[in-house]
Design a protein around this ligand. Structure first.
Ligand code: NI
Length: 188
């Protein structure tokens, strides 16, 4: 089942998400729905806050960007309670987008090498060193679990330049190819 993607301005994107326990109800169904939602909106990653849940769940399929970034070919992950350790302090700047910020793309500086620890939907533990754009996708998605968005990493000047676009998303004045949920209207 496709789920609506919660857009910038919705408070659920700003909360810190809770760890997932083994008795989480219908976890596999939720993960399947998250993949379906991600594919339908042509994203390469989706975090649970983006479908309105403050739980530490991320899905990634980076294969669609594999032609540009070979490290992304055929890589598909279900990350439950992921933990990142930075392995390399030299940040690289590249363009990022986010399904919760339709129509926007900004350069974001991130490190190229990380150690990722996580459990899958069967609660088996995994650990892997990741690099390049794949490491970037993982960092972007894990930011969502801390209530962070990629625009939090850009300069004040850049943020000023996209202010109107951001405002339009908050106010619901945009059109989107996939089902979305706008921020609740503020009472005047
Ligand atoms: Ni995102």
């Amino acid at each position: 089942m496709k789920l609506p993607v919660y857009l910038y301005g919705h408070p659920v994107l700003r909360n810190i998400s809770q760890p997932v326990k083994a008795d989480y109800p219908d976890l596999k169904m939720l993960v399947a729905n998250m993949f379906e939602t991600m594919y339908a909106s042509e994203g390469v990653g989706l975090a649970a806050p983006q479908i309105g849940r403050n739980d530490r769940i991320v899905v990634i399929d980076s294969d669609p960007v594999g032609e540009t970034f070979p490290e992304c070919v055929g890589r598909k992950f279900t990350l439950i309670n992921p933990e990142i350790t930075i392995l390399d302090g030299d940040p690289v700047s590249r363009a990022e987008g986010c399904l919760s910020l339709p129509g926007l793309s900004e350069n974001v500086s991130r490190v190229e090498h990380i150690l990722l620890k996580w459990v899958d939907e069967d609660f088996n533990s995994h650990e892997e060193e990741l690099s390049g754009f794949l490491a970037r996708i993982v960092q972007h998605e894990c930011d969502h679990l801390e209530g962070k968005l990629y625009i939090d990493h850009i300069s004040l000047i850049r943020k000023q330049l996209i202010r109107t676009k951001l405002h339009n998303i908050v106010e619901g004045r945009i059109r989107c190819e996939y089902p979305v949920k706008f921020a609740p209207k503020k009472r005047k």
